[in-house]
Write a protein that binds this ligand. Sequence first.
Ligand SMILES: [Zn+2]
Length: 424
Amino acid sequence: MRDALFARIEEKTDDLVDLTRKLIQIPTINPPGEDYVGCAQYIGERLRGRGFDIAYVRGEGTPGDSDRFPRMNVVARREGAGPGSCVHFNGHIDVVEVGHGWTVDPFAGVVKDGKVFGRGACDMKGGIAASIVAVEALMEIRPDFPGAIEISGTVDEESGGYGGVAYLAKEGYFSKPRVDHVIIPEPLNVDRVCLGHRGVWWAEIETHGRIAHGSMPFLGDSAIRHMAAVMERFEHDLYPHLATKRTDMPVVPEGARQSTMNINSIHGGLSEDFDGLPSAVVADSCRLVVDRRYLIEETYEEVRDEVVDLLEKLKHNRQDFRYDLKELWSVPPTMTDKAAAVVRAVAGEIEAVLGRPAEYVISPGTYDQKHVARIGHLKDCIAYGPGILDLAHQPDEYVGIDDLVASTKVMAASAWALLTGEVA
Ligand SMILES: [Zn+2]
């Protein structure tokens, strides 16, 4: 069975490359959410021709949704010949902006040196193409497959996934009994199973001062100096403390195997959008945004309280220190158990196809698995797909054709193992 399936996939290499190119040629840039309808329909109509039932689901009223830029998702489902579980492949159709530094046309789908180039080649149109061809090959070899197979193309992953997987999960598309196993073909490298991701906490801190003439700053109170005191506490207390928090989560790269915090932005005093000389004023407000990534060993409350405690201490120790804290966004960490069926199936097939054991990893940043876990309450979910993670969002992004073929084999054989319950 496996030999016939893999031979069929190799015969389909040109089709796989062609499908990857066609998807790249639809420039689904987010923001604003360019041509989502065209891309959803391209996937939907191809699968309709393969006997799938197709639903187009618009994320009505979600961020960015408008008649000009509708948040259009596609969900394709094909029932099998008998009872069994449902395997779902979910790929996001949006890509990030092009940026500078390209040596090839980012939307031509250039094929060169055994690679397909273009914005979204690895993140993640190559992965979508691989999952579609995997499923098509499997249905040709085993038209009598049990259970059900689903493929979705969803929007806005790059901007939080609220019009995509989150919306569909609220509508019941990512829950039992409809779906049992979810594979998200993000570019995590062809030999790695991604079990989940770290958590996120974003917050804005604002310090307050009192405006005065800049030649007599002692008559005012500088919000920027108050913020400098906050940052000094970050440097002396918080950052060293975060560095001691190591995790058992196998996060890659290694540097992310601890708690981290980025200072996303800082603004104080006059805005920069003027010509000429600034006026002489003491800043009465300074705002700073932090992007804290946290571990499965930490709780959201701990993460928030570390910052709140630091600010409260300053309030007691520093004259006239006043602040506001606004929480902007948070996502809990998620990690699928290594013993879960989808993990065992994919890891087993990685070893069978590539001849080496699978590596288990955790993504430093979040992706749509958060919505499957939190809204859909489905724990049997991983990311696995072709392409090198480091190339995502870069100029001259590409996916290797060998990787595409290998991951297609892994996906097809894993789907079979999950549908039939024959997990190694
Ligand atoms: Zn992605």
